[in-house]
Design a protein around this ligand. Structure first.
Ligand code: SF4
Length: 375
């Protein structure tokens, strides 16, 4: 698919004026006056349900259909050019993690979150908490505070689905105060069809413009990219645009094999990507945890590895071994700094799943020189 990146007329966000804290967390609170929201005179592309300027999102179906509506993705039309972030922004300061572990707990359950974060904290460099489309949870700021209070280093996902840009700015300020080490700035999936179907979905910004807002406030911004989503050929350039908008780190969604990750990262670096990349490791130890990963749109896992793990005499041990092996291969790729332990891990409850994640994290950290660990 031949899609080019084109310059837009959008003015750049103002450069960051407030340096982050010394330890890579967000020690300084931005004054409440005269802070920028990156201006964008470029209108959302007509017909995009997420009102994106810097699309397409990662939810484009494999045949080019829209994630949200029954029509082709409007960014994939013939001759369509993808917009370019014109003036590069300085990213917030960040020590990228070697092991970034998903914190997967029930929504609105502070006790389980705290217990799980305490279990995981010694086994990873940071914990990533999602902003889920199917289960409204505590506000991101609250999640960061709970993780930090449990001894973890919080990476918090902030999605545009349910917040206008004022509320996004409020959350970014709150996340600074709550000690978030990074904010994963995403457009977000559309809300699940059965979750508050009568409530408006906002999408006032997209992930790239949210990244610029975060960077302008001195917040270390992570960005996500789905290498396997159409238009595959344009995904490296799109990630570079997010770097220009101020991203400090990129987190990749699951790709079926490390060689494909290697090709994608090489392509991005060839187009100017310099920020560290965190690659996803599929964590599963039974049929349900594998199926959950497999069902996510745009994500790919290695079916041969899944079959081997599920057929093993001890699928838990086999799943842990498979995850460590995948991490080893990913970390050997030039440009991949760390891995994101991602997936349900187990159908045997939150505690058992966290113990699986913890064992994988411990083993990766034992294998890799400590100097790479960050957070
Ligand atoms: S797939 Fe995503 S980017 Fe494309 S039109 Fe639909 S919501 Fe917009």
């Amino acid at each position: 698919m031949d899609i080019h990146v084109a310059r837009t007329t959008q003015p750049s966000a103002r450069p960051n004026a407030d340096p982050p804290g010394r330890d890579g967390t967000l020690g300084q609170v931005v004054p409440a006056v005269d802070r920028p929201a990156p201006a964008d005179s470029t209108a959302p592309v007509a017909g995009c349900p997420k009102r994106m300027v810097f699309g397409p999102c990662g939810g484009v179906r494999s045949a080019g259909g829209c994630e949200m509506a029954d029509h082709p993705c409007v960014f994939l039309g013939p001759g369509r050019t993808l917009p370019e972030w014109r003036e590069p922004q300085r990213p917030g300061e960040l020590r990228p993690p070697l092991v970034l572990t998903d914190l997967s707990v029930p929504a609105g359950d502070a006790a389980t979150l705290t217990a799980t974060a305490r279990l995981l904290a010694p086994t990873c460099d940071a914990m990533l908490v999602g902003d889920h489309q199917d289960r409204p949870d505590f506000p991101p700021t609250q999640l960061a505070g709970l993780i930090a209070a449990a001894g973890g280093r919080p990476w918090v996902t902030l999605a545009c689905r349910d917040r206008n840009r004022i509320v996004l700015e409020q959350e970014l300020r709150g996340l600074q105060l709550a000690g978030a080490a990074a904010v994963l700035c995403v457009t977000g999936d559309g809300r699940a069809f059965d979750v508050r179907p009568d409530v408006t979905q906002v999408f006032d910004l997209d992930g790239t413009r949210l990244t610029a807002l975060a960077a302008a406030m001195g917040v270390p911004a992570g960005v996500a990219e789905t290498p396997t989503a159409p238009p595959v050929d344009a995904r490296p350039a799109r990630l570079v645009q997010k770097q220009r908008a101020g991203a400090a780190v990129a987190v990749l969604n699951h790709v079926s094999d490390p060689a494909s990750v290697g090709r994608f990262v090489a392509a991005t670096r060839g187009q100017g990507l310099t920020i560290p990349v965190i690659a996803a490791v599929a964590v599963f130890t039974d049929a349900r945890s594998a199926a959950v990963l497999d069902a996510l749109p745009g994500l790919e896992i290695d079916r041969d590895v899944v079959a081997a793990v599920l057929a093993a005499p001890d699928p838990v041990t086999a799943g842990i071994e498979a995850a460590v092996a995948e991490a080893r291969s990913l970390l050997a790729i030039d440009g991949v700094h760390g891995v994101n332990l991602s997936g349900l891990a187990s159908d045997r409850g939150v505690r058992f799943a966290a113990e699986v994640q913890a064992e994988i994290g411990r083993r990766i950290r034992e294998e890799v020189p400590h100097a790479r660990a960050g957070g």
